[in-house]
Design a binder for this molecule. Structure first.
Ligand code: TRP
Length: 331
């Protein structure tokens, strides 16, 4: 690793089908870091098993998530793309960091509270310590910047606290990471209930646009998106549905809210919904085409995973060995 080279790290779980929330909030931005940072993008399969998975689905989605990274513009020559469980240092540092994380801190994580309510029959210890494994992912690479959706902000703050606590006891061990959140499109809401986040685990498929939805499906879902009884395309209080559609349109086109309001002045919700569907489908079509090509070459994906894991492991073990020495482990 070059000295002074800044590091970018992020991860995506291979669970559920990815949505435009994942795309706009995180993945779409990943490739913009490649020129300035040394980038690690990980498929976090160990995080995925904190809720029950069907093994065959988990395996398929691990390939799919990697293919999607590449389809979204991540070149494996310029970014380290790999699978978390292929680099055991993640789990090892995860354990160590568990011993530097307080029960009270983990109890306050809103995602833990939400997920334990949703999976009341399986509130396992992994679900509880999920954020320490995430901290390990990040801290292993001496990461400077972590592009994530806003829903991960609390986990990232905890990772910073853990790094700070460890450094206070064992000086100069970890770089304290900064979050990077996309300006627009960082929080995409459900199309059926725009007060709720668009979630890949939503039971109502009409609430969610998946990255792999075809054009007709995308247009139909946007047409049905819940909006208020007004007709003016303007951001405003109590207009969660329209606000969400404006956010989505802005994220796909790069246009500002004012530009969008002017563009649709006097044109009504129907026109606008169709336009949102079209820009979304236009943006996703090339990603889908490339995704299908990549997925057809399984051996190619396996080669990327393998090379990625080797590169990642070299960087990860440098940090892990340092940590072990500081702790007094015999290495
Ligand atoms: N928790 C993240 C999510 O669900 C995924 C994740 C795991 C992650 N480890 C990470 C994201 C490290 C950024 C950095 O979206």
């Amino acid at each position: 690793m070059l000295q002074n080279e800044k590091v970018c790290f992020s991860g995506v779980q291979p669970s559920g089908n990815l949505t435009i929330g994942n795309y706009l909030g995180a993945i779409k931005n990943f490739s913009t870091f490649s020129s300035e940072y040394r980038c690690f993008y990980c498929v976090v399969d160990e995080h995925a098993i904190t809720v029950r998975q069907v093994p065959a689905d988990l395996r398929r989605r691990t390939y799919e998530t990697l293919a999607l990274y590449m389809a979204c513009g991540l070149d494996p020559e310029k970014n380290t793309l790999y699978v978390q469980s292929h680099v055991p240092a993640h789990a090892e540092l995860g354990w160590i960091l568990n011993c530097f994380t307080m029960f009270g801190e983990l109890s306050r994580m809103t995602q833990f509270k939400d997920k334990s309510a949703r999976h009341a029959d399986n509130v396992n210890a992994g679900l509880f310590t999920y954020p320490t494994l995430m901290a390990a992912d990040i801290l292993l690479y001496q990461t400077d910047i972590v592009p994530v959706g806003i829903d991960q902000k609390q986990h990232l703050e905890l990772a910073r606290d853990i790094a700070g606590r460890f450094n206070a006891i064992h000086a100069n061990t970890f770089t304290v990471p900064e979050p990077y959140m996309a300006k627009t499109g960082m929080k995409i809401m459900s199309l059926a209930d725009p007060t709720k986040k668009m979630s890949k685990s939503d039971e109502n498929a009409n609430a969610v646009i998946y990255i792999l939805d075809d054009r007709d499906t995308i247009i139909r879902k946007f047409k049905r998106a819940v909006t208020d009884s007004g007709s003016e395309v303007r951001m405003g209080e109590g207009k969660d549905g329209i606000n969400n559609l404006i956010t989505i349109y802005s994220a796909f086109t790069g246009k500002t809210v004012e530009e969008i309001e002017r563009e649709f002045d006097g044109r009504g919700y129907g026109d606008f919904k169709l336009a949102v569907g079209e820009v979304c489908a236009d943006a996703l079509t090339p990603v889908q085409t490339r995704f299908a090509e990549l997925l057809a070459d399984k051996a190619g994906l396996e080669q990327v995973m393998k090379t990625g894991a080797e590169t990642a492991a070299r960087a990860a073990y440098r940090t892990l060995n340092k940590v072990k020495k500081k702790l007094g482990f015999v290495v």
